[in-house]
Design a protein around this ligand. Structure first.
Ligand code: ZN
Length: 389
């Protein structure tokens, strides 16, 4: 029950007694007017100041979709042609006006005819960036050779419809802690007019794809509803992790850039993923809009650059706490996959993880930060997964 007798009550109570009713009604209106005026004078500037001091709150959660490793080999469900058709249809159905596809021209040839699929993405309104010619990790080669690999990719890509001068490092490895090497590469990118196509959200979607392929090849039953839910949940959680880390690190919320790959799981569940992101408060923006934000134009040095942008920024600023989303630890991710999608415990340890070019262990910053995963549910018999990366 409201407490009577307070200032508010006394200002607003309406007297109705006897001959003073008309006068009281006038006084009542005056009091209400004074009260509203006071609220406006006090509350509005306060709200404006609060909004200014927390400007990032007004920016909301925005995210762009990007797909790496174009062209990837076949997945568990579709031919590459079917996959591309489904991806385009899914993006259209979900109302995604523009996603970015990062290509490895060294994997495009007359046999796989992947250039036609790349062209179909562009025809649907999407854009194409550079993911290097041969998808080699910077840790595996000198800076000059790495830049030469980029030049080969640019020779193929530049001038094609939908081209954007964006370079995404294979495996997200910009040299790790080797800042001299990174500097040489980044200066080379600047000289070539290329922008670093940072990823800001990573949920290791490629690993979910790899686990699915391995399960299919091993003849294991796949709970497809659970696969969809795991994929969608993991990507949304990784987006929220990066959102919180970015706000904590730079005090605002630039558009995020979600790393996905040209996978069958993306082709199968993209509309579900976009719906879940929107339900979680995310607005889907174009890759053009995301990469226009100044945070993606920072070419200065970092302490370490081998992962997402919020992680690199947080390392540089000395932000505490966990700096990467937990399901990027493959043993955890694979356990969840086995339990939820296959309804069984993870199987034997194999060398399956060696098939991935996305391992970051060669330049791992801290032993506890990333585990070099060797856990998979496949048996040695099926350890040669042939996963295209
Ligand atoms: Zn890649």
């Amino acid at each position: 029950m409201k407490r009577r007798g307070g200032l508010l009550w006394r200002l607003t109570r309406k007297r109705r007694r006897g001959a003073t009713a008309t006068l009281d009604a006038r006084l009542y209106r005056v009091r209400i007017g004074l009260l509203v005026g006071a609220i406006v004078v006090i509350a509005v500037p306060t709200a404006i100041n609060l909004e200014r001091s927390r400007g990032w709150r007004a920016e909301g959660k925005r995210i762009a979709l990007t797909f790496d490793d174009v062209p990837r080999g076949p997945g568990a469900f579709y031919t590459p042609e079917q996959r591309a058709t489904l991806l385009i249809a899914g993006l259209r159905a979900a109302g995604v006006a523009q996603a970015a596809f990062f290509a490895n021209p060294g994997r495009i040839g007359p046999v796989n005819r992947a250039d036609a699929r790349l062209a179909s993405y562009v025809a649907a309104g999407h854009v194409v960036g550079d993911h290097s010619f041969s998808h080699r990790d910077l840790a595996s080669m000198p800076a000059a050779a790495f830049l030469g690999d980029i030049d080969r990719a640019e020779h193929w890509l530049r001038g094609r419809p939908g081209y954007r001068p964006w370079f995404r490092f294979p495996g997200l490895n910009q040299g790790g802690r080797d800042m001299a090497k990174r500097r040489a590469v980044v200066d080379g990118l600047i000289a070539r007019g290329l922008q670093i196509a940072w990823v800001s959200v990573d949920g290791s979607d490629w690993n979910i794809e790899g686990q699915t392929i391995a399960a299919k090849r091993a003849g294991l039953g796949i709970d497809e509803a659970a696969l969809r839910d795991l994929y969608v949940e993991t990507m949304v959680q990784s987006a929220d992790f990066s959102d919180a880390l970015m706000r904590r690190t730079i005090g605002r919320a630039p558009p995020q850039v979600l790393l996905l790959h040209e996978t069958d799981v993306a082709a199968r569940y993209l509309p579900d993923l976009v719906a879940a992101l929107r339900k979680d408060g995310w607005a889907i923006v174009t890759a053009d809009a995301a990469f226009a934000d100044p945070v993606y134009h920072d070419t200065s040095d970092f302490v370490s650059a081998n992962g997402t942008l919020p992680e690199a920024l947080a390392w540089r600023k000395g932000v505490g706490g966990k700096l990467y989303y937990e399901r990027n630890d493959l043993p955890l991710a694979n356990r969840l996959f086995a339990e939820r999608v296959l309804h069984r415990a993870p199987l034997a340890r194999t060398a399956a993880a060696r098939t991935s070019s996305h391992r970051r262990c060669p330049v791992q910053l801290h032993p506890w930060r990333r585990v070099c995963a060797s856990t998979a549910f496949v048996t040695p018999r099926t350890s040669r997964l042939g996963i295209a990366v």
